[in-house]
Design a protein around this ligand. Structure first.
Ligand SMILES: NC(=O)CC[C@H](N)C(=O)O
Length: 353
């Protein structure tokens, strides 16, 4: 069956549709350049509401595993591929990607020249798009507030390790929780709407999770968040990095087409070493906006010089704009999780630079 993705500016790309749709599927269209990691991408709450173009031509060749998802259900609005495999060649696979897409009812197109559409997004910038059986213009309105859809309603306790960490929930990924548990923590996940409750839990440290959409969606919580950060060691991952920066007075802006893939080089200004990271973000902290804050940039993207991590000049607080939990992607940045545990365990720490 015929399927079409149409961008905001009227450009459209024709391919095969996974189904017959009564109405168009609309969302922000972004591209992901990794060769692997499709299951994590489809289920990562940070991709909530987006249509993801996979640039690598063969997606799904190692199938889908029951234990490989980043949240309980798919989060993307739709997917665009050249080829979606209906075979699963991996000993841990439970089903093929094509079967998974059908079971989960994720609308997708195949036989689309994903490199051509990526060039269009790169030229025009991230934009809205619609997937349908015939060309259909997407509504111009930008969706907002996805973080309210993915942050859970309740406080949950995981594991029983000796270090008590609170993971502030902006839509946390399973692999962040897994890494904290593996490091020896008991982890309490707390919805960002319940930040005030965290003081009573007296945790050893705070981790601020990844999340979808614009970090300014949680502006109303920044005051109580800063009060918390002033008291506890903290580590922010992606959305978490952005809200730490906003809480201390820095600003964020939207990149033209974001960073999504598993090969983004980042430089640590502390010692000059460059490492490869897994990334998934539209927004960045603007470098100049850090000037009048107690934060400074420690990590920068080698390709475009954008801020990839900040550190507080006096307090034990630091952050990563990328994904040190590395699902999907290289594990080069896992040292940050180790550093966080060391920082939390270090009694009387006052400076972390
Ligand atoms: N992975 C994330 O946490 C993404 C953060 C934010 N939604 C952005 O797009 O920049």
């Amino acid at each position: 069956m015929k399927g079409v993705i149409q961008l905001e500016d009227g450009q459209f790309f024709e391919g095969h549709a996974s189904g017959e749709w009564a109405s168009p599927v609309e969302g922000e269209v972004v591209f992901y350049t990794g060769m692997t990691g499709y299951q994590e991408v489809l289920t990562d709450p940070s991709y909530r509401g987006q249509i993801v173009v996979f640039t690598y031509p063969l997606i799904g060749n190692y199938g889908v595993s029951d234990s490989g998802s980043e949240s309980e259900k798919p989060q993307v609005k739709g997917a665009i591929m050249w080829q979606c495999s209906d075979e699963d060649s991996h000993y841990q696979a439970d089903q093929s990607l094509a079967a998974y897409m059908e079971e989960m009812d994720i609308p997708y197109l195949t036989n689309i020249d994903t490199r051509e559409i990526t060039k269009a997004i790169r030229t025009k910038g991230t934009c809205r798009a619609s997937i349908a059986n015939t060309p259909s213009a997407p509504a111009p309105l930008e969706a907002a507030g996805q973080v309210f859809e993915v942050s859970k309603e309740t406080i949950e306790v995981h594991g029983d390790g000796g270090t008590h960490l609170v993971l502030i929930d902006f839509g946390w990924k399973q692999s962040i929780l897994d890494k904290l548990l593996a490091g020896g923590a008991k982890v309490t996940t707390v919805p960002f709407r319940s930040i005030a409750d965290i003081h009573g839990m007296k945790p050893d440290g705070i981790v601020l999770s990844n999340g979808p959409g614009d970090p300014k969606d949680v502006t109303g919580h920044l005051g109580e968040l800063k009060a918390l950060l002033d008291e506890y060691p903290a580590f922010g991952i992606c959305y978490g990095h952005q809200v730490i920066s906003l809480a201390y007075g820095a600003d964020t802006e939207k990149l033209p087409f974001g960073h999504r893939g598993a090969n983004h080089p980042v430089k640590d200004l502390k010692d000059g070493h460059v490492f490869i990271t897994s990334q998934n973000h539209n927004y960045v902290v603007t470098g100049e906006s850090l000037e009048d804050t107690p934060l400074e940039a420690r990590l920068v993207h080698v390709n475009d010089g954008s801020v990839e991590g900040v550190v507080h000049k006096e307090k034990p607080i630091f952050s990563a704009q990328f994904h040190p939990e590395a699902n999907p992607g290289p594990e080069d940045a896992e040292w940050m999780i180790d550093e966080f545990f060391t920082m939390v365990q270090k009694v009387g720490v006052t400076t972390y630079v």
